[in-house]
Design a protein around this ligand. Structure first.
Ligand SMILES: Nc1ncnc2c1ncn2[C@@H]1O[C@H](COP(=O)(O)OP(=O)(O)OP(=O)(O)O)[C@@H](O)[C@H]1O
Ligand SMILES: [Zn+2]
Length: 645
């Protein structure tokens, strides 16, 4: 009875910070409120999108365009009117959410969808010494991990899997990488125009240019009776690249912290009648569906060339026309196939036009073809399960019950006979540069690399610092800040362009550089080792950082935005099968780790063999054959003592 009371007191008196009010966040807020939490603060920088409504159940159609944090608060207060919920419609990386702010909380709960924000929160939690419960879901997979400074590993102690999935809103509204444009072109536009008409689709199908009311309700993507194919193509182009972008621009909130896209209309891009002049090969040509090609039709030969916006626009219109003229019978039943030349041409051109609109570098057809993917649908149930686990861990953290902390993985294969896999947390990784003082080593050619290369490729891309200060001893070489005077800015800019060995305090072999992010209260020492030659293919940065735990950089990614999302509720892109497999593999690897290194002091009863003290479980899977060894309880306890002092 006493312990129940204690448990209740821990919840009632706790001040909790939730970061992210999306798929996991909505479930989490509801569960926190219903579990008796009374002082909850929520940070989320986004507004509600139509595509959120199917699973972010606190939001309704009428809330579209409003702050997620605020609407989530109002929704929960309706059934828990007497608790305090404080919303912040802001980026968690804003300077107001500093260490002092974090110190006010008893626990921080993440429901985020990107690595960048997760790393930032991890660092602030370490600096403020506040426990963090971290989470993520992708389709049926998910995990909850606990990070307590000095007791367990931090979020960055282990290498992170390469980013694999993309949030729906990023695809439909705010692409920042070429891969987002490919997913949009393939999974939304191509599917809408040529696929099953009954499929759900997140594209805006209404236009405001309809002359009468009946047309208001008509799907814009339907070809109208007697509509000329040229006209139809241009109408689609103007709708998706022009009108829809204008609609998106009208929501000012979305663009507060982002670059505004440019609406594109055929009348502006294609001033001449190039389509009619060049596209008239349509009547002749091959009859075999899969060999029809817009490139051939327009005389574009090299798929490795990056086409201009005009060329992509012509390919777009031409491939659309060819589908209707040459492959009309297939329309309504097509699915994207990377071996279908015309489909690849259409998707590649559409992605490039969208990329141009959003200021994203264009890619060749060859590159675009390599980025094809499957959707990993968000599974609301996974979010709910994960939210429940977050609350369970949060309660343990509040009760300082370190012995029972668990990292829990939600698995996909029911044939493993267990949905949830609890794992005892690791102790901190002594060589983690984020939660320990271990210096990093950088091999670099100090005569050929500029300070700018170091800042961009190491400090920002790898160490994830947003406002770095770079020093050697007490000499400042570079800093980012709002309060710098013109002289300082000029000085730092000049330093950026200097080779490392030519800086006012030269960086050569043996130099120790100190890099600090004041906002994250994160400092790193980087020991420099001069090296003459680098392998251009294997070491494209021309420098190699040792001693950090970050995963390899994502391939097929727009380098300008180095952080990928391991999103909950996400669309995956190709790197398709490969990525899906990787996700499963990731869990399999963990499974193996459990057998070898991580012990499971308590397993779900479904997998416990009651007759055994030392259980060897053979888990049969469709195509996998994992052997997992569970140590008996006594061993497990010993291990636990060793890990969690
Ligand atoms: N730096 C950040 N600061 C504040 N909130 C963030 C930050 N980064 C991500 N978020 C929020 O985290 C939430 C993640 O939720 P979720 O994964 O469900 O994504 P979503 O954008 O709501 O859904 P989807 O994109 O899949 O339609 C989003 O609401 C997003 O606004
Ligand atoms: Zn760490």
């Amino acid at each position: 009875m006493a312990s129940l009371l204690q448990y209740h007191d821990a919840i009632k008196g706790a001040k909790v910070l939730m970061v992210g009010a999306g798929g996991i966040g909505c479930e989490l807020l509801k569960t926190l409120a219903l579990s008796g939490f009374q002082d909850i603060h929520i940070i989320d920088m986004d507004t509600i999108e139509v595509s959120n409504l199917n699973r972010q159940f606190l939001f309704r159609q009428s809330h579209v365009g409003q702050s997620k944090a605020k609407v989530a608060r109002d929704a929960v207060l309706r059934f828990r009117p007497h608790i305090n919920i404080t919303p912040y419609h802001a980026n968690v990386k804003d300077s107001s959410f500093n260490v002092e702010f974090f110190k006010e909380y008893d626990v921080v709960l993440n429901g985020l969808d990107n690595l960048d924000a997760r790393r930032h929160v991890n660092r602030l939690c370490l600096a403020a010494e506040v426990p963090l419960v971290e989470s993520g879901t992708t389709g049926f997979l998910g995990q909850v991990t606990v990070h307590v400074k000095g007791k367990t590993e931090c979020y960055e102690c282990q290498p992170k899997p390469a980013p694999k999935t993309y949030p729906v809103c990023t695809i439909t509204s705010t692409p920042s990488k070429f891969v987002h444009c490919i997913v949009w072109a393939k999974d939304l536009l191509f599917a809408k125009l040529f696929g099953d008409k009954n499929q759900e689709n997140d594209l805006n199908v209404h236009a405001n240019d309809s002359a009468n009311a009946s047309e208001q309700t008509q799907d814009v993507f339907e070809r109208r009776k007697d509509e000329d194919i040229e006209q139809y193509g241009r109408r689609i182009y103007d709708h998706v690249f022009g009108y829809n972008i204008e609609v998106a621009l009208s929501n000012e909130e979305t663009w507060k912290n982002r670059n505004r896209p440019r609406p594109m209309y055929t009348r502006d891009i294609l001033h001449d009648n190039s389509i009619e002049q060049n596209g008239n090969v349509v009547k002749g040509g091959p009859t075999d569906g899969l060999s029809v090609s817009a490139m051939t039709s327009l005389g574009l030969k090299n798929p490795q060339d990056v086409w201009s916006l005009v060329e992509n626009s012509r390919i777009f219109l031409e491939s659309l026309k060819l589908f209707f003229v040459k492959r009309e019978k297939e329309i309504g039943s097509l699915t994207f196939d990377k071996d279908d030349q015309l489909a690849v041409e259409f998707v590649s051109a559409a992605a490039n036009i969208r990329a141009a609109s959003f200021g994203i570098p264009l890619h060749s057809l060859f590159e675009a073809k390599g980025i094809a993917g499957n959707i990993v649908h968000a599974v609301a149930t996974t979010n709910a399960v994960i939210a429940g686990l977050i609350v369970i861990e949060a309660i343990k953290v509040l009760r300082k019950d370190a012995e029972s902390y668990r990292m829990t993985y939600c698995l996909e294969h029911p044939s493993r006979k267990m949905l949830l896999m609890p794992v005892e947390p690791f102790e901190p990784n002594k060589s983690c540069c984020v939660c320990s003082d271990t210096p990093l080593t950088l091999e670099v050619n100090t005569q050929r690399s500029k300070l700018r290369d170091f800042v961009e490729k190491i400090v920002k891309a790898k160490l994830g610092m947003n406002s770095p200060i770079i020093m050697i001893g007490s000499v400042l070489l570079y800093e980012v800040g709002d309060d710098l005077d013109e002289g300082m800015i000029a000085n730092y800019n000049a330093n950026l362009e200097k080779m490392l060995c030519e800086l006012p305090t030269p960086v050569t072999g043996g130099t120790m550089i100190s890099v600090e992010d004041l906002r994250q209260e994160f400092t790193c020492n980087v020991y420099i080792k001069h090296r003459e030659v680098f392998d251009e293919e294997k070491e494209p940065d021309g420098m190699v950082l040792f001693g950090w735990t970050q995963a390899p950089i994502e391939k097929n990614d727009n380098k300008a935005n180095g952080n990928g999302e391991t999103a909950s509720n996400a669309l995956s892109t190709e790197l398709s099968e490969v990525q899906k497999d990787a996700e499963v593999e990731e869990i399999s690897e963990d499974t193996e780790i459990i057998g070898k290194k991580r012990k499971l002091p308590e397993m779900p009863s479904s997998v416990k063999d009651s007759s055994n003290q030392k259980d060897v479980q053979k888990i049969d899977d469709d195509d996998e054959d994992d052997l997992v060894m569970f140590d008996h309880l006594d061993d497990a306890n010993m291990v636990k003592k060793k890990r969690l002092q």
